[in-house]
Design a protein. Sequence first.
Lengths: 402, 609
Amino acid sequence: MCCTYAGTELTGTYITSRGDHAVVKLENGYNIGVPAASIVCTGAAPAVTPAVSPVEQNPDLPGVAIISTGGTIASRIDYRTGAVTSQFSADDILRAIPGLAEIASFRAHQLATILSENMHSGLWQDIARCIYDEIRRGAEGVIVTHGTDTMSFSAAAVSFMLETPVPVIFVGSQRSADRPSSDNVMNALCSAQAAISNLGEVAVVMHASTSDDCCWIHRGTRVRKMHTSRRNAFRSIGMSPIGTVEYPSLEVSLGPAAVLRGSTEPALMDRLDDRVGLLSFYPGMDASVISAYEGFHGLVISGTGLGHVSADSIRTLSGLIRDGTNVVMTSQCLNGRVCDRVYDTGRDLLAAGVIEGEDMLPEAALMKLMWVLGTTDDPDEVTRLMQTNLRGELGRCSPHGL
Amino acid sequence: MDYEAIGLKAGIEIHQQLDTAEKLFCHCPTRLRDISERDGEFFRYLRATESELGEIDRAAQEEMKQVRRFSYYAYDTTCLVENDEEPPAPLNPEALMVCLTIAKMMGATPIEQVHVMRKLVIDGSNTSGFQRTALIALNGRIPAGARIETLCLEEEAAQRIHDSTFSLDRLGIPLVEITTAPDMRTPEQVKEVAAYIGMLLRSTGRVKRGIGTIRQDVNISIAGGARVEIKGVQELDLIDEVVRREVVRQQQLLLIRDELSARGAVADPAPIPVGDLFKETKSAILKKAPCILAIRLRGFAGLVGREIQPGRRLGSEMSDYAKKCGVGGIFHTDELPAYGVTEEEVSRLRTLSGADDADCVVIVAGSRQKAECAVLQVVRRAQYALDGVPEETRKMLEGGSTAYMRPLPGAARMYPETDVLPVTVTRECRDSLVVPELLTDKTGRFSATYGFDEQLARQLAYSDRLPLFERAVAEGVKPMLAARTLLATLRELKRDGVDTGALGDDCLLSVLGKVESGDLAKEAIPDVLREVASGTGVEAAVERIAPPITSDELVSIIRAILTEREEFVRERGMGALGPLMGVVMEEVRGRVDGRQISEILKNELASML
Ligand SMILES: [Zn+2]
């Protein structure tokens, strides 16, 4: 197309419209917004077929499955229009991340292309089933690419639904893959190396620091996104990371807490009850907020300090529990253990039938409660399971020195 | 030289830092820091990203020849945006207004809806791997005779400390980029246009001053040559020399091309390992090199060593290309034997590589990988020599010669910065911008209105203290007093080692005000300022240096002096006025204005006689 602007004829490519303006990409690469009426179409922009070079996979390398859900671990820029498209096929990912093909041979599954805040229980089940199938087919490790916002929820959900003898690695990037500084390449390479390592559990592999020096391997039930935008946003809470992957050497070191490869047989228990909520208490909270959970099968409370809510809230909770809702207490301190035996409030909560969530993270407790209620509706069994360590989500001793 | 005849075409691109309170895409101050003040350091790897066409930008690819790790220094005045760990803040409106003002001064048309782009830059100077830039206005014109093609607002890159270490204090300072059309035809014209634009920018009073705050890039080509962009000409005085030398370089390269062509020269692309030849060499570099490769350039003898610019040979160009692979440089037979390489080694080298007298042999040394990369680069540059002048981005060396930096970037290296929303520039906003008076006009006005001679007027208009001068005059200080104090007095004090930087505008204004109101004699200004610069308040300084003297006190001082010298007074009559004036001045040491003294002295003298 062309348009007359600033007294000269400008030639460019029409990109889109924005308000009353047409966005035009000029030949010098800049986009400008000009009055929509000023542009004249002179012809369709020539179609561009991406030149795709085939990627050689080495069948002698360990087989690893990549399951993508929508996080952009690989993307491609169309400099003509400026569009950035996420890439999901194994070939695309291998092309975008040089070095990956030297670590393993990959099979890719695209389960979804969603923003991670749109994740839901149905998709968690799909992910768990897909991983299980891949393990049964002989995959030596599985990588799940995931948006970082809710990665820890998904990692925890999969942790409970699956018993795995091989590493199941969740990975993402904090800075979009189109930028030369993206953390995607390092995270992907480290996750691939972790996926063929001696690990045997569900984990998250992401940057350990702001430098490109090392990735941490976090347990799927103990990890939390603790920063909105930094590369090293992911932290293990209540324990040290279970391992590290050095960069660029890609040397994997597993800590003493890591569950090792082959420790269990693959098993899938994929029932989830999604009538479960998570509520963060705050001072002055209207108890009717709690009443909104009437009819829910489970509710995790993120309480203050040792695990408290107001006296008002306790009365409402008590009614909720009487009507059959299983209520689990966790702490918004994130670090440390819930203990409702120290103050009257706590004792009142216990009397009302609240289950102490020990040192579980609120989100991990939520995923666990969904999974437990998918398995049993017997309140005593729910209590027992919620207070039993199943996937390293709950510790009997609170470590010092973290 | 007849530049018209050789078809010189030159354009310039000026980058000027803006003096805004905050950076372009974050709220950090635009303050430069000393690297010793850094409070954080981290490192990253940058990668060229694949475009839709499956091709990596050629300039980017050049940088990728070496896998490089970049380190960054952070400060308590930088934030996560500079670290590329937080999305950018909205485009700084202050910077946009300054840029639009400059556009208006150049008669350029603003873009109605401004879109911020990401321009790929992976030399490490941008933590993100791209530089954010937005086209703000098009098609301006300046009287010096050049069309202004575009005005862009960009973020400044990080400052390179050494090799691949960068300081983040500079990253993100707003920068206006002004690109002229290739309208200039002589080196002098290039200088004139650059000077005019520089003056225009300074007229806004909103641009940063000092070394490195303005940089000129020059685009040059001659008929039959190629477009070459020379980066980072910091001194305006050198810009014409840079153009002259580039013209010479292109002419020499064209002559070399013709001669190579006449000789039927060929750049033989097969490297020959020659490490064994140099096992016992006296050249330390060659002796310790794990791998030495030679390349035979058939028909190149004498031309590799030919000077194409002061201090630069075709061999220097090849060396620049080879250095991209991480080797220290090259050796070639046009300059050997030298550097510890003996005559005998050279002749064995020639034999081994099958070179005769018409050929030049180039050798590179380094790790196997680096040497292989470097030798291919040398061949590439040799092949360009067969075609004449390669299109390149070059950097300026001391004196005005240039060295190769990277190929000219391809066009396909920009995509939208989706984290920054487009900004609509309304007509009201454009109309409300006040066009500042040009410094050249100001100079004329100062001469005409205040009677300053041209030199003083010009000095003042271009001075850092110009805003203060205008403020002082607006507040009733006599223009000449203000100008003398702010230029001459401050310059003299500075020469005497006084820290004049410590003299804030308000202090200076208050001292000038006291002179104007008669509370301080202008003769006392230097001493008072000296005291103020050392940390004393203005009031206290005046009190200490020149406590005001009432006219009653002055009268009694003068009477005492007259009485003491009564004989002299009687002898000389009114003729004693001159000599006594000095005595009184000495006594009151600049605390009273000379005119007042002379008035009282005259009266007292008359009454005594
Ligand atoms: Zn900042």
